[in-house]
Design a protein around this ligand. Sequence first.
Ligand code: BV8
Ligand code: ZN
Length: 252
Amino acid sequence: MECEDKDIAKAAEWVRGARRIAVLTGAGISAESGLPTFRGPGGLWRSFRPEELATPQAFAADPRLVWEWYDWRRSVHAKVEPNAGHRALADLGRRAGEFSLITQNVDSLHEAAGSRAVVHLHGSLWTLRCTRCGKEEMNRQVPLEPLPPVCECGAMQRPGVVWFGEPLPDKPLAQALAAAQKAEVMLVVGTSSMVYPAAALPKVARDSGAKVIEVNPEETEMTLAAHASVRGKAGEVLPEIMARVTRDGPGK
Ligand code: BV8
Ligand code: ZN
């Protein structure tokens, strides 16, 4: 569409001219890989309410139910591949001067597409954390046996993700804030911008002078605050932006 093209051209120009770039992604960037989003049609929360499952209270009340949901999500995640949107961001990360990829997602599709040093604000489905000794381990076993999984110290393990009402891990949050404050351009891709404190990052970037570019097929809580909002899918828009950056811009 006409307006899309103008916005994509503007976005490519800002990305090309920026030395410091930050990107914030949400579940929408993994939608074209076949992973359900949280709030979209057929989304994860459709079948469950977040309060029911993604909270410490739910886990304390019924660890087996919460683990069955996460074990199912791990089995779905194990079968999907990164899409063109993930790959475009991996390409941008290789080309940009300073680059920070910050994700709310608990999948590992950015890493699978070749992105490095991904900042996970909400943890990872592939990390298990002991409820007693706090030991964290990577575990890609699908399905998990036994369920709930058990730490070598004998205590039950929990998913290594951040639940509602839990604080975000200090280091990733500090990294994300620093990146948002320094960025000259922030791309906000595939997030409804409803969950805090992640949703505050684009506002921090904007207040620090960055150009904020949203990529989302729908309007969100952030659309009005963005300098450009490209109405489209990440897997289509991001490769288009990168094509213009590499075609017209200084190659590396
Ligand atoms: C905290 C990990 C404080 C687990 C997740 C009232 C009551 C209770 C709490 C609160 C409250 N008000 C505010 C809060 C705080 C709360 C919050 O923000 N709640 C919201 C709902 C109002 N936040 C918290 O609780 C956070 N912690 O505040 O702690 C504290 C401090 C100190 C000490 C103690 C406590 C913790 C939040 C983290 C929760 N964990 N996930 C798991 O995954 O199981 S959140 C979950 O939602 C995911 O991480 C996800 O990333 C996140 C946000 O969702 P999105 O990624 O945006 O996904 P969504 O489906 O919403 O949107 C998808 C978008 O993609 C859409 O816009 C769609 O249009 C678009 N899209 C679709 N297809 C495409 C596309 N875009 C591009 N291309 C496509 N093809
Ligand atoms: Zn332990």
